[in-house]
Design a protein around this ligand. Structure first.
Ligand SMILES: Cc1ncc(COP(=O)(O)O)c(C=O)c1O
Length: 435
C-alpha cells in the first residue's frame, strides 16, 4: 500500500480491509470525520509500509478488530457476570464468561480476571490484592529491564512501595539468582516480582518460587511479554509457580490492548475485588469480547506453530545482527525479544534508533544491563504474523546494519524496507501466517 497524505486519503475510497485491517464500514467514518479518518488511514499506511519491530507490538486478526468495534463498546457493565450494577448485561456477561473460561483453559489456571484495562492495571490490582502501602517488593531493577510498575519513581509502584531491585550478571547478562536470594534474605519482601520488558531469556520460575517460599513472600509473575509464547507452548508457564500471574493481552498474544490476571482459587476473591471496585470502574466489554476472540485463536494448533516461529525468527535475527557487528545481550534469545547494542558499530542507541526509524525500521530503545548507553530492543511478533520467514530475518539484519552504519543513504535502505513490507502484507487470517 502506498503512502499518501491524510488529506488525499480522506477523499479516496478506503483500501481493501485485507491489506490493512481497516474495517469495511470505514468509509462512514471518513465521510463523517475526514480528519480522524485520514489520521487512521495514514497510520494504516505507516504500519503497512514500514517494519514493525517493536517487541510489544503485533497485528490483531480482523475478528479481534471486529469485536473491538462491536456494539459491546456501548455497554456499561460494572461488576462481574451475574452481579452487575447495570441492567441489560446478558450479552456482556456471556462475553466475559467466555473470555474467562477460555483464559483458564488456555493457561491451565484456576481463576482468570479479564477486566484489567492494561498490563499496568493488572500489576496495580495484583499489588492492591496482596500488599499494603509501604511494603517491600523485590523486582528486577529498571536499569536491567524492570517495567515502570516495578518501582519507577514516577509510577504508583515507586511512590507507594519500597522496591529493592535485583540485576543480572554483568558478563552473561543472565539473572543472578544468588543475588536475588541474598536480597530476599536481607530485605524480607512481601512480594517478589519476576518479569521484564527486555530480558530475552526465560525466568527460572521454580527458583523464584523457592526463594519466595524461603522468605515467606508472594510470587508475582509479570508475564506481559512471554504470555503469547506461553499460550502457544513456546515458553515455560509461570502458572504452576506464581501466586499471581499478570499479563497483557496484546504483544505476542495478538489480542486487543488490555490486561489479565491469573491466580489460584484461594486468591480469586481478593484479585477480583482489587480490580473492581478497588482500581477500576466499568469493564470495557468490547475489549473483553476481543480478548475472548484472541484466546480462542491462541488455542489453535496454527497459533502454536506461530509462537514457535516467533522464537525461531528471533534466534535467526539475533545471530544475524551479531554477524553485522551488534552486541546481543545474553548472547541470543529464547523469546521474541532481541536486545542489540550498536556500540561496537560506533553509534549510540538513540542515534541508531533515529537512523533505523528514518529507514522504516520501527524499534525502541531500552536500558542495557551494563553502562549508561541504551540498546535497541526489537521483537519478531509482528513480522512473523505478516508471514515473513528466516531469510527475511537475515535480510532485516542486513538492513539494520546498513541503516545504523548509515551506508548508501537512508533512502536506499528505506526503499528496500518498503519492498520487503509490500511483499508481506498484513494478512487477513492471522491465526495461520502461512494460510
Ligand atoms: C513486563 C511488563 N509489565 C507491564 C507492562 C504494562 O503494560 P501496559 O503498557 O499495557 O500498561 C508491560 C508493557 O510493556 C510490560 O512489558
Amino acid at each position: 500500500m502506498s503512502v499518501t497524505t491524510p488529506a488525499a486519503r480522506a477523499t479516496a475510497p478506503p483500501p481493501s480491509p485485507y491489506d490493512t485491517g481497516v474495517p469495511r464500514d470505514f468509509d462512514a467514518l471518513l465521510r463523517q470525520d475526514p480528519e480522524i479518518g485520514g489520521i487512521l488511514l495514514a497510520e494504516a499506511d505507516r504500519q503497512a509500509s514500514t517494519l514493525q519491530l517493536i517487541a510489544a507490538e503485533n497485528f490483531t486478526s480482523p475478528a479481534v478488530l471486529a469485536a473491538l468495534g462491536s456494539p459491546l463498546a456501548n455497554k456499561y457493565a460494572e461488576g462481574y457476570p451475574g452481579a452487575r450494577h447495570h441492567g441489560g448485561c446478558e450479552q456482556a456477561d456471556a462475553a466475559e464468561r467466555t473470555a474467562v473460561r477460555r483464559a483458564m483453559a488456555l493457561f491451565g489456571a484456576e481463576h482468570a480476571n479479564v477486566q484489567p484495562h492494561s498490563g499496568s492495571s493488572a500489576v496495580l490490582a495484583a499489588y492492591a490484592a496482596l500488599l499494603r502501602p509501604g511494603d517491600t517488593v523485590l523486582a528486577m531493577g529498571l536499569p536491567y529491564g524492570g517495567h515502570l510498575t516495578h518501582g519507577a519513581p514516577g509510577n504508583f509502584s515507586g511512590r507507594w512501595f519500597e522496591f529493592a531491585g535485583y540485576g543480572v550478571d554483568p558478563d552473561s547478562g543472565l539473572i543472578d539468582y544468588t543475588q536475588v536470594r541474598a536480597l530476599a534474605r536481607a530485605r524480607r519482601p512481601k512480594a517478589i516480582v519476576c518479569g521484564s520488558i527486555s530480558y530475552p531469556r526465560h525466568p527460572d520460575y521454580e527458583q523464584f518460587r523457592a526463594i519466595a517460599d524461603e522468605v515467606g513472600a508472594y510470587l508475582i509473575a509479570d508475564a506481559a511479554h512471554p504470555m503469547g509464547l506461553i499460550a502457544g507452548g513456546a515458553a515455560p508457564s509461570p502458572v504452576p509457580y506464581a501466586d499471581v500471574v499478570c499479563a497483557t493481552t496484546h504483544k505476542v498474544l495478538r489480542g486487543p490492548r488490555g490486561g489479565m490476571i491469573l491466580c489460584g482459587v484461594e486468591l480469586s476473591e481478593r484479585i477480583d475485588r482489587a480490580v473492581f471496585p478497588f482500581t477500576q470502574g466499568g469493564a470495557q466489554m468490547n475489549t473483553i469480547a476481543a480478548k475472548a476472540v484472541a484466546f480462542g485463536e491462541a488455542a489453535t494448533p496454527a497459533y502454536a506453530v506461530y509462537a514457535h516461529r516467533v522464537v525461531a525468527h528471533a534466534r535467526v535475527l539475533a545471530a544475524a545482527l551479531e554477524a553485522e557487528g551488534f552486541e546481543i545481550t545474553t548472547g541470543g534469545t529464547d523469546t521474541h525479544i532481541v536486545v542489540a547494542d550498536p556500540g561496537p558499530l560506533g553509534v549510540d542507541g538513540r542515534t541508531a534508533r533515529e537512523r533505523l526509524m528514518a529507514a522504516g525500521l520501527v524499534v525502541d530503545t531500552c536500558a542495557l544491563p551494563y553502562g549508561d548507553e541504551r540498546g535497541i530492543r526489537l521483537g519478531t511478533a509482528a513480522v512473523t504474523t505478516q508471514g515473513m520467514d528466516e531469510d527475511d530475518m537475515a535480510r532485516i539484519a542486513e538492513l539494520f546494519g546498513a541503516a545504523v552504519r548509515d551506508e548508501g543513504g537512508t533512502g536506499t535502505v528505506l526503499a528496500q524496507v518498503r519492498e520487503l513490507a509490500s511483499r508481506n502484507p498484513v494478512r487477513p487470517d492471522t491465526t495461520d501466517p502461512r494460510a
